[in-house]
Design a protein around this ligand. Structure first.
Ligand SMILES: NC(=O)c1ccc[n+]([C@@H]2O[C@H](COP(=O)([O-])OP(=O)(O)OC[C@H]3O[C@@H](n4cnc5c(N)ncnc54)[C@H](O)[C@@H]3O)[C@@H](O)[C@H]2O)c1
Ligand SMILES: [Zn+2]
Length: 353
């Protein structure tokens, strides 16, 4: 078992190990407040809600729960409204706690509902996907999608604690493992060459306690240094400008993780052409994606992708900040005007947004 501290204010801990849900009463005793309300999706609830409930009930805790249908399509305001209604019926007070049991969708929805219920009640994240363990449960970003775009509405709301129970990964489908793996490779390229090398040589080790802890610790350090994404936290968007454009133009048929893999490949290619990314870094990224069974050849041309990139949420006025790798473990932020984007990405047509 590993326990990491995320040094935001206030700070919180991330516990990574086995048997955590069954021993939730022990692990949460210092932070769960007067009552607990569990939010979970239909798939995860079937698998893991009973053991969590019995752990809490055995400890004499008043608990309630709300279960919503699984899937990104339900990361909406109307699901948040269902949660808020359920909090009201349960009588969740400011001294109670919300427990988000599930993947990134559950964490984002339950985190957002906790951020706005009574102007903020504590949330504890209990991630059950690799992606949620290494990425979404840490850092305090919460939110929902609108019809016109993903993650457009949200709030920063750091969790009070995170328990990543590795036993839950046993039921995770292979496709879902790849989603997390893409984000872990990203983390390695940003700042952890050893993690990158380990994943490259042994992709299965992504599920190990050590690799998950390394990824969490890297994200935690960046988030603690820049909680509200004014500078350094932007590094975590490596590969994401192209990824968001790819997801959008594929009508979200391309999963986020695969889009991130392609985004890493595209930015390494473009960075190399611009003389920013070293040849060995570009080569290492290409090899790692292949070894990890992630795609690296975009099904769309740059001309198709560029207009969608111009609409990226991370755009500020007429500027876009791109994260470009120099070496594995060393990335730089590059601010480009919208007109400079086609030249950077090697497109032939002008960008119209
Ligand atoms: N807040 C952040 O900082 C942040 C960062 C990255 C991604 N995200 C968000 O996270 C979401 C993606 O997260 P995700 O990939 O975990 O998706 P998800 O929560 O939809 O989970 C994927 C699927 O796996 C199922 N599942 C979850 N745990 C399981 C388990 N242990 N065994 C079997 N099935 C299981 C779920 O029911 C779901 O069907 C996106 O909405 C994305 O925007 C947020
Ligand atoms: Zn991502």
């Amino acid at each position: 078992m590993q326990k990491l501290t995320i040094a935001t204010r206030p700070e919180y801990s991330v516990v990574i190990g086995h048997d955590l849900l069954r021993n939730a009463a022990y692990h949460l005793a210092d932070c769960w407040g007067s009552e607990c309300f569990i939010a979970s999706d239909s798939t995860v609830a079937k698998l893991y809600l009973p053991q969590l409930q019995s752990a809490l009930t055995a400890a004499g805790k008043r608990t309630g729960e709300v279960i919503f249908p699984a899937g990104e399509a339900n990361k909406t305001l109307s699901t948040v409204e269902k949660l808020l209604d359920a909090f009201a019926r349960f009588g969740l007070t400011r001294s109670g706690t919300v427990l988000a049991l599930g993947g990134g969708v559950t964490g984002d929805i339950a985190g957002f509902a906790s951020a706005i219920w009574l102007r903020g009640v504590p949330v504890i994240q209990l991630p059950t996907t690799l992606l949620a363990m290494v990425d979404s449960s840490v850092g305090g970003k919460t939110g929902i999608d609108l019809a016109c775009g993903k993650n457009l509405v949200g709030a920063f709301h750091q969790p009070r604690k995170v328990l990543a129970d590795l036993d839950t990964l046993q039921t995770l489908p292979e496709e879902q493992r790849l989603e997390g793996l893409a984000e872990m490779l990203k983390a390695g390229i940003i700042r952890d060459p050893d993690l990158f090398a380990q994943l490259q040589s042994e992709p299965q080790s992504a599920l190990s306690e050590e690799a998950i802890a390394r990824s969490v610790s890297l994200k935690g350090a960046i988030v603690a240094a820049d909680e509200f994404e004014r500078g350094e936290r932007k590094l975590l968007n490596l590969g994401h400008t192209a990824a968001h454009a790819l997801e959008k133009i594929s009508n979200y048929r391309l999963s986020h993780g695969r889009a991130v893999a392609l985004g890493l490949s595209l930015v390494a290619e473009a960075g190399w052409r611009q003389g920013i990314t070293s040849a060995s870094c570009r080569q290492a990224i290409a090899e790692a994606l292949t070894r990890c069974n992630l795609p690296r050849h975009s099904p769309y041309s740059m001309e198709e992708l560029l207009p969608a990139m111009g609409l990226d949420k991370k755009r500020a006025g007429d500027k876009i900040t791109l994260v470009v790798p120099r070496e594995i473990g060393d990335c730089t932020l590059l601010q480009l005007a919208i007109e400079e984007m086609p030249a950077f990405w090697g497109a032939t047509r002008e960008l119209k947004v």
